[in-house]
Write a protein that binds this ligand. Structure first.
Ligand SMILES: Nc1nc2c(ncn2[C@@H]2O[C@H](COP(=O)(O)OP(=O)(O)OP(=O)(O)O)[C@@H](O)[C@H]2O)c(=O)[nH]1
Length: 318
């Protein structure tokens, strides 16, 4: 629809003309504000650390440890650096570059190819990408022999810096039950000394494990799940009959844990895996005793790696 300047009437552009105009224009003859000269920069003419797209969604293929390919919904965030004197980036090129890979099977390995293509297409010195997805795994019940699907919040992340150094990270959330060791002791004390029956407090808890892969190494989601289960034992259950519930109660009795214990148990597990160059684990226990949560963060402490910078845990609440 175009406004006729003379008599203020509105000219309706016919569909033929509309597409004709569009076909003749092409984006090359359209204004290109993102590539305007530095006189068009508003505010301070300084570099920008990250600029790009957050949370665009598309179906992607992921491969399991037993080589099964699954199509899952993914949410992608891709950003690049922007130098001073540059007004803006060609924003669509981040998504268009990513779409060039959309038929590929995704694992941490492919991210470096995508980042190199992003740096080239957007002519930038740094690039970063994070692909978040929910990964399904079958969980066997503790005693009844049944099974059910459990979904895990995961993400593959990678960054390519100015010197083309690559960091590849895998993030994995593991939800578990934490029975309090102090409450367990106090309950036993009341039973033995005053014949009082008590139930120690326990609560749903979560650990977000972020691991940096060693150069040339890979890790499957199933590997991180195995590490968390070996460390914490009391994963929340899917298919539960009474015999499974009794088994779960026994498991919690055998593996009581403070939020400090959870962090150190995960540390001990991840520290053994040579495929992991660095890691951070953030734990949150949604306390049923308190009106607040108990939290902890632990990291391997590789120089220049995760430094357990202050975590406000807001993104961790189950
Ligand atoms: N840089 C930038 N672009 C934005 C922003 N918000 C919306 N856009 C739009 O992103 C759209 C796509 O940008 P481009 O990738 O440059 O589109 P294009 O110029 O047709 O793509 P090329 O042909 O690759 O140059 C443009 O219409 C921008 O106006 C923003 O905050 N920053």
């Amino acid at each position: 629809m175009m406004k006729d300047k003379k008599d203020n009437s509105i000219n309706l552009v016919s569909p033929k003309d509309f597409y004709g105009v569009a076909a003749n224009c092409g984006s090359s003859s359209l204004p290109d504000m993102q590539n305007a000269d530095s006189s068009q920069i508003k505010g301070a003419n300084v570099p920008i650390m990250q600029v790009g797209m957050h949370n665009f969604k598309l179906p992607l293929k992921f491969i399991s440890k037993d080589c099964e390919v699954r199509e899952l919904q993914a949410s992608v965030t891709g950003t690049v650096s922007l130098a001073s004197n540059s007004k803006g980036i060609n924003m669509s090129r981040i998504m268009r570059t990513f779409y060039d890979f959309k038929e590929r099977v995704f694992s941490p390995e492919i991210l470096s190819e995508i980042l190199r293509a992003m740096k080239k297409q957007v002519s930038t010195s740094r690039a970063g990408i994070k692909i978040s997805f929910q990964y399904p795994m079958k969980q066997k019940s503790l005693r009844s022999g049944l099974e059910g699907w459990q979904y895990y919040d995961c993400a593959y992340e990678a960054r390519l810096d100015d010197l083309d150094r690559l960091r590849r990270l895998v993030h994995f959330d593991f939800v578990y039950s934490s029975a309090c060791p102090c409450s367990a002791e106090l309950s036993e004390h009341a039973r033995i000394n005053r014949d009082i029956y008590c139930v120690p407090h326990s609560q749903r808890s979560k650990v977000r494990v972020s691991v940096e892969l060693a150069k040339g190494e890979t890790l499957f989601i199933e590997d991180l799940h195995a590490h968390c289960l070996n460390a914490l034992k009391t994963e929340t259950q899917v298919m539960v009959k009474r015999e499974d519930e009794q088994a779960f109660a026994e498991l919690n009795g055998a593996y009581v844990k403070f939020v400090e214990d959870a962090a150190r148990l995960i540390y001990a597990e991840l520290d053994k895996d040579s495929r992991i160059a660095d890691f951070e684990a953030a734990c949150i226990h949604l306390e049923s005793l308190h009106s607040h949560n108990a939290v902890s963060v632990i990291c391997k402490g590789k120089p220049g790696g995760f430094n357990a910078s202050f975590n406000d845990f807001s993104s961790l609440v189950c």
